[in-house]
Design a protein around this ligand. Structure first.
Ligand SMILES: Nc1nc2c(ncn2[C@@H]2O[C@H](COP(=O)(O)OP(=O)(O)OP(=O)(O)O)[C@@H](O)[C@H]2O)c(=O)[nH]1
Ligand SMILES: [Mg+2]
Length: 459
């Protein structure tokens, strides 16, 4: 990837839209040679092209017109990368954008690496690392609510919180260090640690609250994992199809229909839910089905929420009671009684085990399904969601703030325990460093590679 030390000076180009047939495709060029392309490819005078306006133009190459395009000229620094940027809105499909891209490459640009436009925006100070990550997450968002969360991060709401912490840590450090200077002149008695300790406690409290948001914030990216498990024939696959409103999994009256785990994404009141339908739990003696059951157990192990599905038209089997008992003991299980359209036998055992009556649904009539989705939302996001405190969405954020909080907490311990001020100060320096790395300032190259390497080409 591009070295951190010097600013990139070459010009990069890529198709920024996904492959396939579509109305338009966008070719994006960034770097010092972008201006020359206005002359060489569009046969226009750059000085006559109004910045950041759309201009109908023809891309020339191979002695002919390659495509009719809308060109947008965005001279530095008012562009995505803060470099000179030229974008072509070409015709979509398999050939037009490729021809235009090839023309830019022939004119001296090179193919961009994944995430390289955003990397340049970062290196040129337009975005910090949290915002750059948010660009990838905005693109990958699966629901409007998840999108709203990532847009807030992109707008810098989390970055501002972190910068505020850094400033306050800096003020406390200045206070301590001024006192250290005093101490050299053996005036040690004047030190009153109450004020900095109070401030550090306040900071620690805020960091702790923000760390709590990771529990729901991470699901805005990775999804909230829900596994449908239960005895054969209880209607797990029917439920998957019903909430998807799509005939996705095979449904049959024959027990043991589902073997492989089937994954799908569902929008549960804004929460992106990664739903897994699994093989019915039973000892069948059939090798393929047994493998399915062990996959079902693995999916249940990974899930944030296990939905234990039963058939409400018949009493529970003894094995189902045993299963329910062990799931109830493990927590993170929701009991759901399906087929309530067929009448129901009282679910007293389930109610007793889970401490609340199970949710009653019918995959056939759709009864109770909205409530089911709503329950998933509550379990995933509770009081969180867009518009509340902007959450931590990535492990990287969580790690950095946890380390900063650890250092602040140690500094408090030292100040309260009459320890060395120098040691407390060095802990606060460490805390500031962790926060700086969160924003990407001074981040090692492998961190940047991991973040930007996960982008698609053209972003
Ligand atoms: N009346 C009624 N029948 C249902 C309902 N849900 C599922 N069924 C029927 O129950 C049978 C089993 O449904 P599936 O969805 O295949 O059950 P499953 O739990 O996935 O079964 P396995 O894959 O074998 O574990 C099918 O005949 C469905 O049509 C429901 O809500 N009401
Ligand atoms: Mg099934």
């Amino acid at each position: 990837m591009v070295p951190m030390a010097e600013q990139p000076q070459d010009t990069i180009a890529a198709i920024a839209t996904p492959p396939g047939e579509g109305g338009i495709a966008v070719v994006r060029v960034s770097g010092p040679a972008a201006r020359d392309l206005i002359t060489s490819l569009l046969h226009l005078d750059p000085s006559k092209l109004k910045p950041r306006s759309v201009r109908l133009a023809h891309v020339h190459g191979r002695g002919r017109v390659l495509d009719e395009v809308l060109a947008v000229w965005m001279p530095a620094p008012r562009s995505y990368t803060r470099e000179d940027v030229l974008e072509f809105q070409c015709h979509g499909g398999h050939a037009a954008a490729r021809m235009v891209l090839d023309a830019t490459l022939a004119a001296g640009a090179r193919l961009a690496e994944p995430g390289e436009f955003t990397l340049r925006a970062f290196l040129n100070g337009r975005l910090d690392l949290v915002q750059a990550e948010a660009v990838a997450d905005v693109i990958a968002a699966r629901t409007g609510a998840a999108l709203a969360v990532h847009e807030e991060l992109l707008a810098g709401r989390l970055s501002r919180v972190v910068t505020g912490w850094q400033q306050r840590l800096g003020n406390t450090l200045a206070f301590l260090e001024a006192h250290l200077d005093f101490a050299d002149e053996d005036d040690v008695d004047t030190f009153a640690p109450a004020a900095p300790v109070e401030e550090l406690r306040a900071l620690l409290g805020e960091m702790g609250e923000r760390l709590d948001t990771f529990a729901w914030g991470r699901t805005s990216r990775d999804g909230f994992r829900v596994a449908l498990v239960g005895a054969p024939n209880t209607g797990k696959s029917s439920l998957l199809n019903a909430v998807l409103r799509e005939d996705r999994a095979i449904v049959s009256a024959e027990p043991g229909t589902t073997r492989d785990a089937i994954d799908a994404w569902v929008n549960a009141d804004g929460v992106p839910v990664h739903l897994t339908d699994t093989a019915g739990l039973r000892a069948s003696g059939n090798a393929v089905e047994e493998e399915g059951v062990s996959r079902a157990r693995a999916a249940a192990g990974r899930a944030d929420l296990v939905v234990f599905v039963t058939d409400g038209s018949r009493p529970l089997h003894p094995e189902e009671c045993a299963e329910a008992r062990s799931l109830a003991a493990g927590g993170r299980t929701l009991a759901v009684v399906n087929k309530v359209d067929l009448g129901r036998v009282p679910a007293t055992t389930l109610a007793g085990l889970f401490g609340a009556p199970p949710l009653e649904v019918s995959a056939r009539t759709g009864a109770g399904l909205l409530e089911l989705l709503h329950t998933w939302r509550e379990r995933a996001w509770g009081g969180g969601g867009p518009g509340t405190a902007v959450p931590l969405t990535r492990e990287r954020h969580q790690q950095a703030i946890a380390q900063a909080a650890g250092a602040v907490s140690r500094a408090i311990g030292i100040l309260e325990g009459d320890g060395y001020l120098e040691v407390a100060a060095s802990e606060l320096h460490a805390a500031r460093r962790h926060l700086a790395e969160l924003l990407g300032w001074g981040s090692p190259e492998d961190v940047l590679d991991a973040v930007f390497g996960a982008f698609c080409v053209g972003k």
